[in-house]
Design a binder for this molecule. Structure first.
Ligand code: HDE
Length: 706
């Protein structure tokens, strides 16, 4: 019946489509109108040209405004209604368009159309988000990141609504409202915003042993990613893939970032939030606009029911993961984001992901968290977008033909045409769409069980994988986890909650529990928390769970911040620039003011940031290229001292010139310079510096810091 709205290309960019079409399709049987005039003339919503957008209609020049003013009343009425409810969770997010490219035919595993043809490209929209904060909160909160992918396949929209962490806090959807209430601002005082470091969150978590595995992840560096481009994504639940013969295979979905994983340190995150609360969204926007299209590989962990039976945990339990060492991740395609949105509200805000959006060849399992989500998402979209026709909004509409007899409701854009709006009917060819054998069929899982409110015994081991995650981390990462837990707990008012958490940590790793207890001044060690199952000590570390054990060994997609002043050495700057660009990274110039800066050879360069607008936390590594006079001048500027001091404290690689040592000495660094700091004398060690930047951070320094 209806078909997706026609889209015409506006700018010559890849796969560019626009919603503001020159051709406006008339709903419900209307004809297609070409716009009579060009769209440079401002009109009302009714298309009436506006002659004066500055002044309301008044009685005289100083008299009261007249009710008759249709132009002003319409403008203000519309403004009054601009807001829609923000998402109850994942309110702060950022989206982009792209495509998914299939590597190979997977028809032996699934009949999903998207996996039938190698090389096929499927349009995609992705929205990344934080969970706890409001729409206007900061990007670098310690939090889980949403990683929601909408694939506009030829057999309908398939949404993989995942996170950047492969497990979840709770096992049953019934507890989700409690979890979210606990982490959101406390209801009497309305704070803290976008933070888990408060009593309510830790009180709840300390009473929910099932959350311990996920807690380890959110206290790890996974919860403070450097960029959306540098984080993994996971479907979390076990799903099914079903082939044409009806054979089902269990599957876990993984998105692996092409540029590798990278996170920031907590002190850096706090400062980024002040320096640039939009850090992640800007990073994504800028990368795409620069043609550096972020990319992820989709990987599948595939296993059958018999294999799943052999695991010592339940694959229906979303607090558990399947270690990659047990079931390897098979790459099956790539996701490329190559187009920013035309309009944030129309696309990123109105996009409606639903876990229930699956396609033939994909199916659910009985994971009780997933089952609950399948109700929640549709329900929440109706509240948020105002009615049942949110699929008529272009970002949510399928890009394949669709036809059904659903009609009416608020904002109906494409009701069925003609006389028939029911089925069965005897109108023959004019009778509208019919069912098809190719349609979606649920996997005929056999069920014969009593109705009951219980938690399966197979979900009872809450600590073994939490421990496995912890022992899989490098020493540096383990230190960050201990620091994060200690910091968060230090923000609580109630001592007994801290102690309760320590009692859980004792079931995970005694050393961790002791470090945290020590950091919090807990004098008497509690007993380990009662555990429904003892923690398994025999699980081997899984290197795939660590960020640092999987270092990408590349500086590609990263940024070098260079502090310069008048008289800075042009040769070194030029070498750094060409080496950094050859590495696929970007160089950003920071100085005491923006605009032109004259170098030692009389040439000029343009500084991108004034030093207090471009602190080193915005960069992955820094170079301090100052002449002696420049060094002296910068040593007087507090923001320049922070630039160098923070870069050092955050374990960044630092290149510096002899002239810069004045600045370094001023912040007490002269004695402490280490192998992560490279003194630049000539072009060749500028090259060496760029080479070592591929290690991303000089973690050895962290141990030596107080
Ligand atoms: Fe969500 N979640 N969730 N969630 N979730 C929402 O849907 C919910 C869960 C996730 O960018 C809401 O559109 C329940 C797990 C992402 O628009 C809501 C439960 C995972 C996004 C909702 C969960 C997620 C949401 C709020 C427990 C990772 C943002 C607004 C059963 C696998 C999507 C909305 C976007 C959003 C409910 C748990 C990921 C209320 C009931 C587990 C990425 O429907």
């Amino acid at each position: 019946m209806a078909s997706a709205t026609t889209k015409t290309a506006k700018k010559p960019k890849p796969a560019k489509a626009t919603f503001h079409d020159e051709t406006v399709e008339q709903p419900s049987g209307g004809e297609t109108h070409q716009k009579a005039s060009d769209d440079t003339i401002m009109t009302t919503q009714q298309g009436v040209p506006v002659s004066d957008d500055q002044n309301s209609l008044k009685a005289g020049s100083r008299g009261p405004t007249l009710m008759e003013d249709i132009v002003m009343r319409e403008k203000i009425f519309h403004f009054d209604h601009e807001r829609i409810p923000e998402r109850v969770v994942h309110a702060r997010g950022y989206g982009a368009h792209g495509y998914f490219e299939t590597y190979e035919n997977l028809s032996d595993i699934t009949s999903a159309d998207i996996f039938q043809r190698a090389g096929e490209k499927t349009p995609a929209f992705v929205r990344f988000s934080t969970v706890a904060g409001s729409k206007g909160s900061v990007d670098l909160a310690r939090d889980v990141r949403g990683f929601a992918v909408k694939l506009y396949t030829k057999e309908g929209n398939w949404d993989i609504v995942g996170n950047n962490i492969p497990v979840f806090f709770i096992q049953d959807a019934m507890k989700f409202p409690d979890l979210i209430h606990s982490v959101k601002p406390e209801p009497d005082r309305g704070f803290p915003q976008a933070q888990s470091a408060h009593d309510n969150f830790w009180d709840f978590i300390s009473l929910m042993p099932e959350a311990m595995h996920m807690l380890m992840w959110v206290m790890s560096d996974r919860a403070i990613p450097r960029s959306f481009r540098f984080m993994e994504g996971f479907g979390v639940h076990t799903f099914r893939l079903v082939n044409a013969k009806g054979k089902s295979t269990f599957v876990k979905f993984h998105w692996k970032p092409k540029l590798g994983m990278q996170s920031v340190v907590w002190n850096e995150a706090v400062k980024i939030n002040g320096a640039d609360p939009d850090f992640h969204r800007k990073d994504l926007w800028n990368a795409i606009e620069a043609g550096e299209y972020p990319e992820w590989e989709l990987g599948l962990q595939l296993f059958d029911e018999d294999f799943a039976e052999k695991f010592d945990f339940d694959v229906l339990d979303a607090t558990k993961l399947v270690p990659e060492e047990l079931v390897p991740v098979r790459p099956v395609g790539r996701l490329v984001l190559d187009r920013v949105v035309d309009n944030f509200f129309a696309e990123t805000e109105q996009v409606a992901f639903c876990t229930q959006n699956i396609v033939p060849g994909v199916d659910f399992t009985d994971d009780p968290l997933l089952q609950g989500r399948n109700f929640s998402y549709l329900d929440t979209q109706i509240k948020r977008l105002g009615g049942p026709n949110f699929t008529h909004i272009p970002i949510n509409a399928p890009k394949c033909p669709f036809a059904h007899f659903q009609q009416d409701g608020h904002m109906a854009m494409h009701n069925p045409k003609g006389r028939v709006n029911y089925e069965p009917n005897s109108w023959g060819e004019d009778g509208g769409p019919r069912e098809s054998d190719k349609g979606f069929k649920s996997y005929p899982e056999e069920l014969d069980a009593p109705k009951q409110r219980v938690r399966s015994e197979t979900f009872a081991d809450h600590y073994s994988q939490a421990r496995q995650f912890y022992i899989s981390q490098t020493e540096t990462e383990q230190g960050h986890i201990a620091d994060a837990i200690t910091f968060e707990l230090s923000m609580l008012e109630r001592e007994e909650i801290r102690v309760r958490i320590v009692s859980h940590l004792l079931n995970i790793d005694e050393g961790l529990a002791e470090t945290v207890a020590d950091g919090l001044g807990v004098r008497k060690m509690p007993k380990p928390a009662d555990a429904a199952r003892p923690t398994r000590q025999d699980l081997k570390p899984s290197p795939a769970l660590s960020i640092l054990k999987n270092s990408p060994e590349t500086f590609e997609g990263r940024k070098l911040g260079v502090l310069i002043a008048e008289d800075s050495p042009s040769i070194l700057l030029n070498t750094l620039k060409s080496e950094i660009e050859a590495a696929g990274a970007e160089i950003i110039l920071v100085s005491k003011r923006v605009g032109e800066i004259e170098l030692d050879n009389g040439t000029t360069v343009t500084a991108d940031f004034k030093v207090d607008g471009g602190p080193s936390v915005l960069f992955d590594a820094v170079a301090i290229l100052l002449s002696e006079a420049g060094g002296k001048a910068m040593a007087q500027i507090p923001a320049a001292r922070d630039f160098a001091g923070d870069a050092f404290a955050h374990s960044k690689f630092i290149a510096y010139t002899e002239g810069s040592t004045v600045l370094l000495r001023k912040i007490g660094l002269s004695e402490e310079l280490d192998e992560g700091c490279v003194k630049l004398g000539d072009a060749s060690n500028a090259k060496d510096f760029v080479r070592i930047c591929a290690r991303l951070r000089h973690w050895a320094r962290e141990k030596k810091l107080p």
